[in-house]
Design a protein around this ligand. Structure first.
Ligand code: APR
Length: 666
């Protein structure tokens, strides 16, 4: 049902029921169940034998002190030089120092700072926990501060010092170029985060460019404690609330982090994707948020390539807020190397613990949040968040450059790929890259729509209060549906936009004009062919079912090679999306494109006519009308038989070469 007839609702396009395919919102699977393998590390005993009232037992193992694992603070190799009274230097196990410092009574934020600095003495002149002091000495009343230092902090410390028993095995890093996953219990995450809160992780504090972890996000909370601003205070409240919850009631679930890295060769060739954008159901709304209304969907984290962005600093927009109200997301910063252009991180099962109000500088913690999301078969909350980092644009015009649009398109595609053979749940996204990163939402909405079309996933788009954006995206999507615009056609128009030197606001007009011009020049002898359906067959139901995308990348490459060697249009997409184009379909398409060329030649020969027809096309295609009437322009084209046209197709050129050449001309 299209809501456009009812202006009283905040949404346009198809209903959320349609997005969920009239199923329960958590019915469709997003990712495979947890299963240990060479690429899937599971840090607890698998399969889980205990019931849901107990945390799964940690996997025993050897401490790993190397470049492929997290260097844990409790490792025997984590050592620290101690200068004795006589100036002699001895090397001590750093963990002993951590234990001694934290097991002393700590009753104030200053004493907490002193304890932390005692095992980070290198930074004693640099670190200043001013926001921690502001929170406990000014923001909270005395009883609240006392409650924290008497009851909560001791539990955080105890949890942190249980690290050797809660995480007895190495934690593999999720490094660039790897397709691998890591599953941990929520208790292991809480223990690791307690260590981050107490800044115990070694080698993670230097900012030297060439240091070992310079390509990893920060993890110790010192930067948060020393940042200024009310939103910093509010983020610390979210984190303290998280610890209060997990220290009082041990979480018993599991979380999984999946790094996805797609080689460029396996990415779609967008200039050949015949999929019509019409196959992608779009629900677009100016109300709500991804985390509240995106339940059951793949929820997009508008990420920084260094995951978490400024969450442990001043930042407080979409990603930082999500990481603050769902602090288990923070642990991704411990082991996820910064994302490359064709990489994404999927974070499964990270529970929400806090409510909030406001945004950015007005962000405030707003109490407890009980997350009632159901568990999946691996005992993870059915919450799936994909971190994809957009490009930051200093100059708006840059984002229309083909190479940069392609980067964003591929990034979204990598994030939205569905790794299973089953029907893909929808994507919940919005103005990705259009806030701190300065992107244009009208462009990003189209790029995400294209990515969803190829990934065969419905799209729920939150415009975050922007009703004008909601309506214009809905209108252009309606135009795509009613004019059977394909991904490759839209990509062609987007590539042409930059050279027009038009304002970003002219993008949708331009697209409609391009498409109407192109197709109105197709009117005439071939219009009868239109009745026979365009080259892109209207996808039948099974065609819009997800293709088997559980294939490995190699398999996908084989498909692509197979497709191109068989003479059909080279496409990364498995042929399931659309039936293999039979030869006569191919010929019909080639003929149609040839007719269009002939008509264009004919039309252009009469300057006057062409000016009128193109201005008519422009007027017909402007967003106001958006639904251009079929032009009655009578072509003066001499009727040539189809056979004659087809003969010409074959004069020397293979159909494919001619078709490809033609495709480029349009
Ligand atoms: N749900 C839906 N839409 C949202 C939400 C939400 N919860 N929060 C914000 N938005 C919309 C707003 O319109 C916002 O301007 O998304 C837009 C983009 O949000 P940003 O966080 O600014 O995302 P981006 O422009 O991609 O900047 C990413 O900011 O959060 C940091 O670490 C992140 O460094 C990265 C940068």
């Amino acid at each position: 049902m299209d809501s456009s007839i009812d202006d009283n609702v905040s949404w346009r396009g198809c209903s959320m029921d349609e997005i969920h395919r009239y199923l329960n919102e958590f019915e469709l699977e997003h990712v495979p169940p947890v299963r240990p393998s060479d690429h899937d590390s599971v840090l607890y005993h698998f399969p889980i034998r205990c019931d849901t009232t107990e945390a799964p037992r940690p996997l025993k193992g050897q401490d790993k002190w190397d470049a492929n694992h997290v260097r844990l603070p409790c490792s025997s190799r984590s050592q620290y030089p101690i200068v004795g009274d006589e100036g002699n230097v001895t090397i001590e196990r750093r963990w002993k120092m951590v234990e001694q410092a934290l097991l002393r009574p700590i009753k104030t934020s200053q004493e907490l700072e002193d304890a932390v600095l005692s095992y980070n003495s290198k930074y004693s002149d640099l670190w200043n926990f001013q926001s921690l002091h502001q929170l406990f000495e000014e923001e909270l009343d005395e009883s609240e501060s006392k409650e924290f230092f008497d009851n909560i902090l001791p539990k955080i410390i105890r949890l942190a010092l249980r690290l050797p028993s809660i995480v007895p095995c190495g934690i593999p890093l999720l490094k660039q170029g790897q397709n691998r996953s890591l599953s941990l219990t929520q208790l292991q995450v809480a223990c690791l985060l307690a260590n981050a809160f107490l800044c115990t992780f070694p080698r993670r504090n230097t900012t030297k460019r060439k240091s070992e972890y310079s390509t990893f996000p920060d993890i110790n909370f010192n930067r948060l404690f020393q940042s200024r601003g009310q939103s910093v205070i509010e983020k610390i409240k979210c984190i303290c609330h998280y610890f209060k919850r997990v220290c009082n009631r041990t979480p018993t679930g599991v979380v999984t982090f999946i790094r996805r890295s797609i080689p460029t060769a396996d990415l779609p060739n967008w200039s050949y994707i015949e999929a019509p954008l019409a196959v992608t159901p779009l629900h677009i709304t100016s109300c709500g948020t991804i985390e509240d209304q995106g339940r059951g969907l793949l929820q997009v984290d508008f990420a920084n390539k260094f995951l978490g962005g400024g969450v442990l600093g001043h930042g407080c927009v979409q990603e930082e807020i999500r990481f603050s109200i769902c602090p288990e997301l923070l642990i991704s910063k411990l082991f996820t190397e910064c994302l490359r252009p064709t990489e994404a991180l999927i974070m499964v099962g990270c529970e929400r613990y806090s409510n909030y109000k406001g945004y950015s500088n007005s962000f405030v913690w707003d109490g407890d949040f009980e997350d009632d999301t159901p568990l999946d078969s691996s005992r993870r909350k059915s919450i799936h968040i994909v971190a994809i980092d957009a490009l930051p644009f200093a100059k708006t015009s840059h984002q229309y450059r083909e190479d940069l649009m392609l980067r964003e398109l591929n990034k979204a595609y990598v994030g939205f790929i569905h790794p299973l053979d089953t029907i893909a749940p929808g994507v919940a996204s919005g103005n990705w890259g259009c806030g701190a990163f300065g992107g244009e939402a009208t462009l990003k909405a189209l790029l995400q729509l294209m990515a969803c079309t190829v990934a065969k996933r419905p799209l729920v788009y939150f415009t975050f209060g922007d009703e004008k954006l909601r309506d214009s995206v809905h209108q252009i999507h309606t135009f795509f549906i009613e004019n059977n615009v394909t991904v490759k056609e839209l990509w062609r128009y987007l590539k042409k936009f930059q050279e027009q030197k038009l304002a970003p606001s002219a993008l949708y007009d331009f697209i409609c004009t391009c498409h109407t011009d192109r197709h109105s020049s197709n009117q005439g002898p071939s219009s009868s062919r239109k009745q026979r359906g365009t080259f892109v067959k209207t996808p039948t139901k099974e065609q819009t079912e997800p293709v088997s995308s559980s294939k490995s990348n190699q398999q996908r490459t084989k498909d692509k090679d197979a497709a191109s060697s068989s003479g059909s249009t080279p496409s990364v997409l498995s042929p399931d999306l659309f039936d293999e184009h039979s030869e006569d379909d191919m010929l019909a398409a080639v003929a149609e494109k040839l007719e269009a060329e002939l008509v264009a030649i004919d039309t252009n020969s009469d300057e006057e006519t062409s000016k009128n027809s193109s201005s008519k096309a422009k007027e017909a295609a402007s967003p106001k009308t958006l639904l251009p009437k079929s032009s009655e322009k009578k072509s003066k084209l001499k009727q040539t038989s189809l056979l004659e046209m087809l003969d010409r197709c074959y004069t020397g050129d293979s159909p494919l070469k001619r078709r490809r050449g033609e495709a480029e001309n349009f």
